[in-house]
Design a protein around this ligand. Structure first.
Ligand SMILES: *Cc1c(COP(=O)(O)O)cnc(C)c1O
Length: 494
Protein backbone atom coordinates (compact mmCIF):
# COMPACT_ATOMS: atom_id res chain seq x y z
CA UNK A 1 0.00 0.00 0.00
CA UNK A 2 1.30 3.41 -0.93
CA UNK A 3 0.86 6.81 0.63
CA UNK A 4 -2.72 7.86 1.42
CA UNK A 5 -4.00 11.37 2.02
CA UNK A 6 -6.25 12.91 4.65
CA UNK A 7 -7.69 16.30 5.48
CA UNK A 8 -5.94 18.80 7.78
CA UNK A 9 -9.31 19.52 9.45
CA UNK A 10 -10.98 16.24 10.38
CA UNK A 11 -10.32 12.61 11.16
CA UNK A 12 -12.28 11.85 7.93
CA UNK A 13 -11.54 8.96 5.63
CA UNK A 14 -8.24 8.56 3.86
CA UNK A 15 -8.21 8.93 0.09
CA UNK A 16 -5.79 7.85 -2.62
CA UNK A 17 -3.52 10.31 -4.40
CA UNK A 18 -5.71 10.31 -7.52
CA UNK A 19 -8.82 11.03 -5.42
CA UNK A 20 -7.06 13.87 -3.62
CA UNK A 21 -5.97 15.37 -6.97
CA UNK A 22 -9.53 15.17 -8.30
CA UNK A 23 -11.09 16.79 -5.26
CA UNK A 24 -8.48 19.51 -4.70
CA UNK A 25 -9.92 20.57 -1.34
CA UNK A 26 -11.37 18.14 1.23
CA UNK A 27 -15.11 18.29 1.95
CA UNK A 28 -14.50 19.78 5.40
CA UNK A 29 -12.59 22.70 3.84
CA UNK A 30 -9.23 21.27 4.89
CA UNK A 31 -6.23 20.52 2.67
CA UNK A 32 -5.07 17.01 1.83
CA UNK A 33 -1.81 15.94 3.45
CA UNK A 34 0.09 12.65 3.13
CA UNK A 35 -0.48 10.43 6.18
CA UNK A 36 3.25 9.67 6.21
CA UNK A 37 6.35 10.70 4.30
CA UNK A 38 8.20 8.30 2.01
CA UNK A 39 12.01 8.19 2.14
CA UNK A 40 14.08 9.18 -0.87
CA UNK A 41 14.09 5.96 -2.90
CA UNK A 42 17.74 6.35 -3.97
CA UNK A 43 20.91 7.53 -2.21
CA UNK A 44 21.98 11.16 -2.62
CA UNK A 45 25.00 9.90 -4.60
CA UNK A 46 22.67 8.31 -7.10
CA UNK A 47 20.63 11.51 -7.47
CA UNK A 48 23.61 13.12 -9.17
CA UNK A 49 23.21 10.92 -12.23
CA UNK A 50 19.51 11.53 -12.83
CA UNK A 51 17.88 13.72 -15.47
CA UNK A 52 14.94 15.97 -14.58
CA UNK A 53 12.40 13.45 -15.86
CA UNK A 54 14.08 10.58 -14.04
CA UNK A 55 14.11 12.59 -10.82
CA UNK A 56 10.45 13.47 -11.37
CA UNK A 57 9.56 9.82 -11.71
CA UNK A 58 11.35 8.55 -8.60
CA UNK A 59 9.91 11.33 -6.41
CA UNK A 60 6.38 11.39 -7.78
CA UNK A 61 5.90 7.63 -7.74
CA UNK A 62 6.43 7.72 -3.97
CA UNK A 63 3.64 10.25 -3.43
CA UNK A 64 1.27 9.29 -6.26
CA UNK A 65 1.38 5.63 -5.44
CA UNK A 66 -1.92 4.63 -7.05
CA UNK A 67 -0.66 5.76 -10.48
CA UNK A 68 0.91 2.95 -12.51
CA UNK A 69 4.46 3.34 -13.79
CA UNK A 70 3.10 3.68 -17.33
CA UNK A 71 0.55 6.34 -16.35
CA UNK A 72 3.02 8.41 -14.42
CA UNK A 73 5.78 8.24 -17.02
CA UNK A 74 3.30 9.29 -19.67
CA UNK A 75 2.27 12.31 -17.57
CA UNK A 76 5.93 13.26 -16.99
CA UNK A 77 6.89 12.88 -20.64
CA UNK A 78 3.92 14.99 -21.77
CA UNK A 79 4.81 17.75 -19.31
CA UNK A 80 8.60 18.14 -19.31
CA UNK A 81 9.25 18.24 -23.04
CA UNK A 82 10.15 20.99 -25.48
CA UNK A 83 7.60 23.34 -23.91
CA UNK A 84 10.68 24.12 -21.81
CA UNK A 85 13.37 26.09 -23.61
CA UNK A 86 16.23 24.18 -21.97
CA UNK A 87 16.93 20.45 -21.82
CA UNK A 88 17.85 20.76 -18.13
CA UNK A 89 14.27 22.00 -17.42
CA UNK A 90 15.46 23.75 -14.22
CA UNK A 91 19.08 24.92 -14.62
CA UNK A 92 21.29 26.39 -11.86
CA UNK A 93 23.03 29.72 -12.39
CA UNK A 94 25.85 30.69 -10.04
CA UNK A 95 25.86 34.37 -9.04
CA UNK A 96 26.27 36.55 -5.95
CA UNK A 97 27.62 33.70 -3.79
CA UNK A 98 24.60 31.44 -4.37
CA UNK A 99 22.98 29.20 -6.97
CA UNK A 100 19.88 30.54 -8.67
CA UNK A 101 17.57 27.64 -9.52
CA UNK A 102 15.83 28.93 -12.65
CA UNK A 103 12.26 27.68 -12.52
CA UNK A 104 11.08 29.87 -15.38
CA UNK A 105 11.96 28.01 -18.55
CA UNK A 106 8.41 26.76 -19.24
CA UNK A 107 5.55 28.01 -21.38
CA UNK A 108 4.69 31.09 -19.29
CA UNK A 109 8.17 31.92 -17.98
CA UNK A 110 7.35 31.56 -14.28
CA UNK A 111 7.77 28.79 -11.74
CA UNK A 112 4.07 27.79 -11.78
CA UNK A 113 4.80 26.03 -15.09
CA UNK A 114 6.85 23.47 -13.19
CA UNK A 115 3.67 22.01 -11.72
CA UNK A 116 0.96 23.29 -14.05
CA UNK A 117 2.46 21.66 -17.09
CA UNK A 118 1.87 18.25 -15.48
CA UNK A 119 -1.33 18.86 -13.47
CA UNK A 120 -3.75 18.54 -16.44
CA UNK A 121 -2.26 15.13 -17.23
CA UNK A 122 -2.39 14.01 -13.60
CA UNK A 123 -5.97 15.22 -13.37
CA UNK A 124 -7.30 13.58 -16.53
CA UNK A 125 -5.48 10.35 -15.58
CA UNK A 126 -6.99 10.55 -12.09
CA UNK A 127 -10.47 11.07 -13.58
CA UNK A 128 -10.14 7.95 -15.74
CA UNK A 129 -8.87 5.90 -12.80
CA UNK A 130 -11.89 6.92 -10.72
CA UNK A 131 -14.52 6.51 -13.48
CA UNK A 132 -15.41 10.20 -13.45
CA UNK A 133 -17.54 11.13 -16.46
CA UNK A 134 -18.35 14.74 -15.56
CA UNK A 135 -16.48 17.48 -17.33
CA UNK A 136 -13.92 18.90 -14.91
CA UNK A 137 -14.10 22.65 -14.45
CA UNK A 138 -10.91 24.15 -13.12
CA UNK A 139 -11.70 27.17 -10.99
CA UNK A 140 -8.70 29.32 -10.13
CA UNK A 141 -7.90 32.56 -8.36
CA UNK A 142 -4.62 34.05 -9.44
CA UNK A 143 -2.30 36.83 -8.39
CA UNK A 144 -0.96 36.74 -11.94
CA UNK A 145 1.23 33.78 -12.74
CA UNK A 146 -0.92 30.80 -11.77
CA UNK A 147 -3.67 32.01 -14.06
CA UNK A 148 -1.66 32.03 -17.24
CA UNK A 149 0.22 28.84 -16.39
CA UNK A 150 -3.08 27.05 -15.66
CA UNK A 151 -4.70 28.41 -18.83
CA UNK A 152 -1.72 27.25 -20.89
CA UNK A 153 -1.78 23.85 -19.21
CA UNK A 154 -5.50 23.19 -19.62
CA UNK A 155 -6.29 24.93 -22.93
CA UNK A 156 -8.14 22.46 -25.17
CA UNK A 157 -7.44 19.51 -22.84
CA UNK A 158 -10.36 17.20 -23.50
CA UNK A 159 -12.83 16.71 -20.66
CA UNK A 160 -11.83 19.96 -18.93
CA UNK A 161 -12.75 23.63 -18.82
CA UNK A 162 -10.97 26.43 -16.98
CA UNK A 163 -12.20 29.68 -15.39
CA UNK A 164 -9.60 32.09 -14.02
CA UNK A 165 -10.28 35.08 -11.75
CA UNK A 166 -7.58 37.73 -11.31
CA UNK A 167 -7.50 41.12 -9.51
CA UNK A 168 -8.15 43.58 -12.34
CA UNK A 169 -5.79 46.20 -10.88
CA UNK A 170 -3.29 43.89 -9.19
CA UNK A 171 -1.25 42.23 -11.93
CA UNK A 172 1.42 43.49 -14.34
CA UNK A 173 0.60 44.59 -17.89
CA UNK A 174 2.42 41.58 -19.31
CA UNK A 175 0.65 39.20 -16.90
CA UNK A 176 -2.76 40.59 -17.88
CA UNK A 177 -2.01 40.44 -21.60
CA UNK A 178 -0.79 36.88 -21.27
CA UNK A 179 -4.14 35.89 -19.78
CA UNK A 180 -6.60 37.88 -21.87
CA UNK A 181 -5.04 36.66 -25.12
CA UNK A 182 -5.33 33.00 -24.12
CA UNK A 183 -6.62 30.75 -26.90
CA UNK A 184 -8.67 27.59 -26.33
CA UNK A 185 -12.44 27.11 -26.57
CA UNK A 186 -12.55 25.85 -22.96
CA UNK A 187 -10.82 28.89 -21.38
CA UNK A 188 -12.48 31.82 -19.52
CA UNK A 189 -10.67 34.77 -17.92
CA UNK A 190 -12.40 37.24 -15.57
CA UNK A 191 -10.94 40.37 -13.95
CA UNK A 192 -12.45 41.19 -10.55
CA UNK A 193 -12.82 44.51 -8.77
CA UNK A 194 -11.00 43.36 -5.64
CA UNK A 195 -7.61 41.99 -4.57
CA UNK A 196 -6.13 38.50 -4.76
CA UNK A 197 -7.43 37.48 -1.34
CA UNK A 198 -10.96 38.44 -2.45
CA UNK A 199 -10.54 36.28 -5.55
CA UNK A 200 -9.22 33.38 -3.51
CA UNK A 201 -12.00 33.66 -0.92
CA UNK A 202 -14.63 33.76 -3.69
CA UNK A 203 -13.21 30.61 -5.25
CA UNK A 204 -13.01 28.82 -1.89
CA UNK A 205 -16.65 29.72 -1.21
CA UNK A 206 -17.72 28.20 -4.52
CA UNK A 207 -15.81 25.02 -3.76
CA UNK A 208 -17.67 24.77 -0.44
CA UNK A 209 -21.08 25.56 -1.98
CA UNK A 210 -23.07 22.29 -1.92
CA UNK A 211 -26.03 23.77 -3.77
CA UNK A 212 -23.80 24.91 -6.62
CA UNK A 213 -22.13 21.47 -6.72
CA UNK A 214 -25.52 19.80 -7.11
CA UNK A 215 -26.52 22.16 -9.93
CA UNK A 216 -23.24 21.50 -11.67
CA UNK A 217 -23.56 17.74 -11.32
CA UNK A 218 -27.01 17.88 -12.93
CA UNK A 219 -25.40 19.50 -15.97
CA UNK A 220 -22.48 17.08 -16.04
CA UNK A 221 -19.83 19.33 -14.47
CA UNK A 222 -17.69 19.19 -11.37
CA UNK A 223 -15.13 21.60 -9.96
CA UNK A 224 -11.50 20.90 -9.38
CA UNK A 225 -8.73 23.22 -8.33
CA UNK A 226 -5.48 24.09 -10.02
CA UNK A 227 -4.45 26.33 -7.13
CA UNK A 228 -1.42 25.44 -5.10
CA UNK A 229 -3.62 23.71 -2.52
CA UNK A 230 -3.95 20.74 -4.91
CA UNK A 231 -1.46 17.98 -4.11
CA UNK A 232 -1.09 17.58 -7.87
CA UNK A 233 0.65 20.97 -7.72
CA UNK A 234 2.60 20.35 -4.56
CA UNK A 235 4.17 17.00 -5.41
CA UNK A 236 5.73 18.05 -8.76
CA UNK A 237 7.33 20.98 -6.92
CA UNK A 238 9.29 18.66 -4.62
CA UNK A 239 11.11 17.38 -7.69
CA UNK A 240 13.24 20.43 -8.48
CA UNK A 241 14.62 20.71 -4.96
CA UNK A 242 15.81 17.12 -5.16
CA UNK A 243 17.04 17.67 -8.72
CA UNK A 244 19.02 20.79 -7.83
CA UNK A 245 20.71 18.90 -5.01
CA UNK A 246 21.70 16.16 -7.47
CA UNK A 247 23.07 18.79 -9.86
CA UNK A 248 25.22 20.35 -7.12
CA UNK A 249 26.68 16.93 -6.27
CA UNK A 250 27.17 16.12 -9.94
CA UNK A 251 28.96 19.42 -10.60
CA UNK A 252 31.25 18.88 -7.61
CA UNK A 253 29.88 21.95 -5.83
CA UNK A 254 28.98 19.92 -2.72
CA UNK A 255 29.71 16.47 -1.31
CA UNK A 256 26.82 14.02 -1.19
CA UNK A 257 25.13 14.41 2.19
CA UNK A 258 26.21 18.01 2.76
CA UNK A 259 23.26 20.20 3.82
CA UNK A 260 22.06 22.88 1.40
CA UNK A 261 19.95 25.94 2.28
CA UNK A 262 17.01 26.93 0.11
CA UNK A 263 15.74 30.50 -0.11
CA UNK A 264 12.22 30.76 -1.48
CA UNK A 265 10.32 33.93 -2.42
CA UNK A 266 6.99 33.14 -0.83
CA UNK A 267 3.35 34.06 -1.20
CA UNK A 268 0.91 31.21 -0.76
CA UNK A 269 3.58 29.01 0.90
CA UNK A 270 3.31 26.27 -1.74
CA UNK A 271 6.81 26.43 -3.18
CA UNK A 272 8.59 26.47 0.17
CA UNK A 273 6.30 23.76 1.55
CA UNK A 274 7.53 21.51 -1.27
CA UNK A 275 11.10 22.13 -0.04
CA UNK A 276 9.96 21.15 3.46
CA UNK A 277 8.48 17.94 2.03
CA UNK A 278 11.81 17.26 0.27
CA UNK A 279 13.52 17.56 3.65
CA UNK A 280 10.91 15.23 5.19
CA UNK A 281 11.93 12.66 2.54
CA UNK A 282 15.51 12.87 3.74
CA UNK A 283 17.06 15.41 1.35
CA UNK A 284 19.96 17.04 3.25
CA UNK A 285 18.48 20.50 3.82
CA UNK A 286 20.02 23.05 6.19
CA UNK A 287 17.75 26.09 6.49
CA UNK A 288 14.58 26.90 4.63
CA UNK A 289 14.60 30.65 4.29
CA UNK A 290 11.16 32.10 3.66
CA UNK A 291 11.43 35.45 1.87
CA UNK A 292 8.51 37.90 1.87
CA UNK A 293 7.97 41.29 0.29
CA UNK A 294 6.39 44.17 2.25
CA UNK A 295 3.34 41.98 2.87
CA UNK A 296 5.46 40.34 5.53
CA UNK A 297 2.83 38.34 7.38
CA UNK A 298 5.02 35.21 7.21
CA UNK A 299 8.12 37.01 8.47
CA UNK A 300 6.13 38.16 11.49
CA UNK A 301 4.76 34.65 11.96
CA UNK A 302 8.20 33.02 12.02
CA UNK A 303 9.44 35.67 14.44
CA UNK A 304 6.54 35.73 16.87
CA UNK A 305 4.49 32.55 16.38
CA UNK A 306 1.45 34.72 15.67
CA UNK A 307 -0.16 34.80 12.25
CA UNK A 308 -2.05 38.06 11.84
CA UNK A 309 -3.68 38.99 8.56
CA UNK A 310 -5.28 42.15 9.98
CA UNK A 311 -3.03 44.61 8.22
CA UNK A 312 -2.91 46.80 5.20
CA UNK A 313 -2.61 44.97 1.88
CA UNK A 314 0.32 46.45 -0.04
CA UNK A 315 0.69 46.36 -3.83
CA UNK A 316 4.36 45.70 -4.57
CA UNK A 317 6.59 45.11 -7.58
CA UNK A 318 6.44 41.36 -6.77
CA UNK A 319 2.65 40.92 -7.17
CA UNK A 320 2.68 37.12 -7.06
CA UNK A 321 3.70 37.44 -3.42
CA UNK A 322 1.11 40.08 -2.48
CA UNK A 323 -0.81 37.73 -0.25
CA UNK A 324 -2.06 38.00 3.33
CA UNK A 325 -3.55 34.52 3.66
CA UNK A 326 -0.96 31.89 2.75
CA UNK A 327 -3.22 28.88 2.13
CA UNK A 328 -0.53 26.23 2.16
CA UNK A 329 0.69 27.26 5.60
CA UNK A 330 -2.23 25.20 6.90
CA UNK A 331 -0.32 22.08 5.93
CA UNK A 332 2.76 23.17 7.85
CA UNK A 333 0.59 24.01 10.86
CA UNK A 334 -0.88 20.50 10.74
CA UNK A 335 2.55 18.85 10.60
CA UNK A 336 4.16 20.95 13.35
CA UNK A 337 1.12 20.30 15.55
CA UNK A 338 2.07 16.60 15.33
CA UNK A 339 -0.55 15.86 12.63
CA UNK A 340 -3.27 17.19 14.93
CA UNK A 341 -6.36 17.99 12.84
CA UNK A 342 -8.37 19.34 15.77
CA UNK A 343 -5.70 21.89 16.62
CA UNK A 344 -5.35 22.87 12.94
CA UNK A 345 -9.10 23.32 12.60
CA UNK A 346 -9.21 25.47 15.73
CA UNK A 347 -6.43 27.76 14.46
CA UNK A 348 -7.90 28.04 10.95
CA UNK A 349 -11.29 28.95 12.43
CA UNK A 350 -9.61 31.63 14.52
CA UNK A 351 -7.97 32.97 11.37
CA UNK A 352 -11.32 33.08 9.58
CA UNK A 353 -13.26 34.65 12.46
CA UNK A 354 -10.70 36.83 14.25
CA UNK A 355 -8.08 37.28 11.55
CA UNK A 356 -5.22 35.87 13.63
CA UNK A 357 -3.97 32.92 15.65
CA UNK A 358 -0.94 31.97 17.74
CA UNK A 359 0.80 28.60 17.77
CA UNK A 360 1.96 26.79 20.92
CA UNK A 361 5.57 26.72 22.16
CA UNK A 362 5.84 23.06 21.14
CA UNK A 363 4.81 23.97 17.62
CA UNK A 364 7.28 26.87 17.56
CA UNK A 365 10.13 24.51 18.35
CA UNK A 366 9.27 22.49 15.23
CA UNK A 367 9.90 25.60 13.14
CA UNK A 368 13.62 25.87 13.85
CA UNK A 369 14.65 24.85 10.33
CA UNK A 370 12.77 27.88 8.99
CA UNK A 371 14.13 31.37 8.89
CA UNK A 372 11.93 34.30 7.87
CA UNK A 373 13.08 37.48 6.14
CA UNK A 374 11.63 40.27 4.05
CA UNK A 375 12.70 42.88 1.56
CA UNK A 376 11.31 46.39 1.12
CA UNK A 377 10.59 47.78 -2.33
CA UNK A 378 13.83 49.79 -2.25
CA UNK A 379 15.88 46.78 -1.18
CA UNK A 380 14.34 44.68 -3.94
CA UNK A 381 15.20 47.22 -6.62
CA UNK A 382 18.68 47.78 -5.20
CA UNK A 383 19.34 44.01 -5.28
CA UNK A 384 18.38 43.77 -8.96
CA UNK A 385 20.73 46.66 -9.73
CA UNK A 386 23.58 45.32 -7.58
CA UNK A 387 23.55 41.80 -9.03
CA UNK A 388 23.31 43.14 -12.58
CA UNK A 389 26.24 45.55 -12.07
CA UNK A 390 28.32 42.93 -10.30
CA UNK A 391 27.60 39.75 -12.31
CA UNK A 392 25.76 40.91 -15.43
CA UNK A 393 22.91 38.64 -14.31
CA UNK A 394 19.38 40.08 -14.43
CA UNK A 395 16.84 38.66 -11.96
CA UNK A 396 13.14 39.42 -11.62
CA UNK A 397 11.53 41.21 -8.67
CA UNK A 398 10.35 38.05 -6.86
CA UNK A 399 13.76 36.45 -7.10
CA UNK A 400 15.30 39.72 -5.94
CA UNK A 401 13.23 39.61 -2.75
CA UNK A 402 14.81 36.22 -2.03
CA UNK A 403 18.30 37.38 -3.01
CA UNK A 404 18.06 40.36 -0.67
CA UNK A 405 16.78 38.22 2.20
CA UNK A 406 19.67 35.80 1.66
CA UNK A 407 22.17 38.64 1.52
CA UNK A 408 21.04 39.77 4.98
CA UNK A 409 20.82 36.21 6.32
CA UNK A 410 24.36 35.23 5.34
CA UNK A 411 25.77 38.15 7.33
CA UNK A 412 24.80 36.04 10.36
CA UNK A 413 27.65 33.67 9.45
CA UNK A 414 25.99 30.62 7.85
CA UNK A 415 28.33 29.62 5.01
CA UNK A 416 26.38 26.55 3.79
CA UNK A 417 25.85 26.22 0.05
CA UNK A 418 22.62 27.98 -0.80
CA UNK A 419 20.10 27.67 -3.61
CA UNK A 420 17.77 30.58 -4.34
CA UNK A 421 14.52 29.65 -6.07
CA UNK A 422 14.34 31.97 -9.09
CA UNK A 423 10.63 32.07 -9.74
CA UNK A 424 10.15 34.26 -12.79
CA UNK A 425 11.99 35.44 -15.85
CA UNK A 426 12.94 39.12 -15.68
CA UNK A 427 10.99 39.44 -18.96
CA UNK A 428 7.77 38.87 -17.06
CA UNK A 429 8.32 41.98 -14.92
CA UNK A 430 10.36 44.03 -17.35
CA UNK A 431 9.23 47.49 -16.25
CA UNK A 432 10.09 47.00 -12.57
CA UNK A 433 13.34 45.26 -13.46
CA UNK A 434 14.49 47.92 -15.92
CA UNK A 435 13.66 50.89 -13.70
CA UNK A 436 15.49 49.14 -10.85
CA UNK A 437 18.60 48.94 -13.00
CA UNK A 438 18.32 52.53 -14.19
CA UNK A 439 15.49 55.02 -13.64
CA UNK A 440 16.00 56.46 -17.10
CA UNK A 441 14.53 53.28 -18.62
CA UNK A 442 11.03 54.66 -18.41
CA UNK A 443 9.43 54.23 -21.82
CA UNK A 444 5.64 53.91 -21.52
CA UNK A 445 5.82 50.94 -23.91
CA UNK A 446 6.63 47.64 -22.18
CA UNK A 447 7.78 46.09 -25.42
CA UNK A 448 10.38 48.80 -25.94
CA UNK A 449 11.70 48.00 -22.47
CA UNK A 450 11.73 44.31 -23.37
CA UNK A 451 14.02 45.02 -26.32
CA UNK A 452 16.26 47.05 -24.04
CA UNK A 453 16.38 44.24 -21.49
CA UNK A 454 17.47 41.87 -24.23
CA UNK A 455 20.26 44.25 -25.14
CA UNK A 456 21.65 44.62 -21.62
CA UNK A 457 21.15 41.05 -20.35
CA UNK A 458 22.21 39.26 -23.55
CA UNK A 459 19.46 36.73 -22.81
CA UNK A 460 17.20 36.21 -25.79
CA UNK A 461 13.53 37.18 -25.56
CA UNK A 462 11.45 34.15 -24.54
CA UNK A 463 8.84 32.79 -26.93
CA UNK A 464 6.10 33.51 -24.37
CA UNK A 465 6.80 37.25 -24.73
CA UNK A 466 7.08 37.19 -28.51
CA UNK A 467 3.71 35.45 -28.60
CA UNK A 468 1.81 38.25 -26.88
CA UNK A 469 3.30 41.17 -28.77
CA UNK A 470 0.68 41.00 -31.46
CA UNK A 471 -1.91 38.63 -29.99
CA UNK A 472 -5.58 39.52 -30.07
CA UNK A 473 -7.51 40.16 -26.83
CA UNK A 474 -9.99 37.31 -26.47
CA UNK A 475 -11.29 37.87 -22.93
CA UNK A 476 -12.76 41.08 -21.53
CA UNK A 477 -15.09 40.00 -18.71
CA UNK A 478 -14.93 42.03 -15.49
CA UNK A 479 -17.07 41.51 -12.38
CA UNK A 480 -17.28 42.72 -8.81
CA UNK A 481 -15.78 40.51 -6.09
CA UNK A 482 -19.34 39.81 -4.92
CA UNK A 483 -20.47 38.50 -8.32
CA UNK A 484 -18.05 35.64 -8.89
CA UNK A 485 -20.61 32.88 -8.43
CA UNK A 486 -23.10 34.50 -10.82
CA UNK A 487 -20.32 34.86 -13.37
CA UNK A 488 -19.46 31.17 -13.17
CA UNK A 489 -23.11 30.19 -13.52
CA UNK A 490 -23.43 32.46 -16.53
CA UNK A 491 -20.34 30.94 -18.19
CA UNK A 492 -21.57 27.39 -17.61
CA UNK A 493 -25.18 28.28 -18.54
CA UNK A 494 -26.62 26.91 -15.29
C1 LIG B 1 3.48 32.14 -7.21
C2 LIG B 1 4.76 32.83 -7.21
C3 LIG B 1 5.52 32.98 -6.04
C4 LIG B 1 5.03 32.50 -4.69
O1 LIG B 1 4.95 31.09 -4.61
P1 LIG B 1 4.05 30.42 -3.48
O2 LIG B 1 4.07 28.97 -3.79
O3 LIG B 1 2.69 31.03 -3.62
O4 LIG B 1 4.67 30.76 -2.17
C5 LIG B 1 6.75 33.60 -6.13
N1 LIG B 1 7.20 34.10 -7.29
C6 LIG B 1 6.49 33.99 -8.43
C7 LIG B 1 7.04 34.58 -9.68
C8 LIG B 1 5.27 33.36 -8.44
O5 LIG B 1 4.58 33.24 -9.58
Amino acid sequence: MGIMYKSTRSSGTEVTASQAILKGLADDGGLYVPVSFPNLPVSVDELAGLSYRETAYIIMKEFLSDFTEEELKKCIDSAYDDKFDTKEIAPLHKADGAYFLELFHGATIAFKDMALSILPHLLTTAAKKNNVNNKIIILTATSGDTGKAALAGFADVEGTGIIVFYPKHGVSQVQERQMITQKGSNTYVVGIEGNFDDAQTGVKDMFNDRELAALMDEKGYQFSSANSINIGRLVPQIVYYVYSYGRLVNDGEIKAGEPVNFVVPTGNFGNILAAYYAKKMGLPVGKLICASNENKVLFDFFKSGTYDRKREFILTSSPSMDILISSNLERLIYHIAGNDWAKTKELMEMLAVEGSYSITDDMKRELDIFEGGYATENETAETIRRIYKQDGYVIDTHTAVAADVYDKYKKGGDTATTVIASTASPYKFTRSVMTAIDKSYDSPDDFELIDKLCEISKVSIPQAIEDIRSAEVLHDRVCDKTEMKETVMDILCI
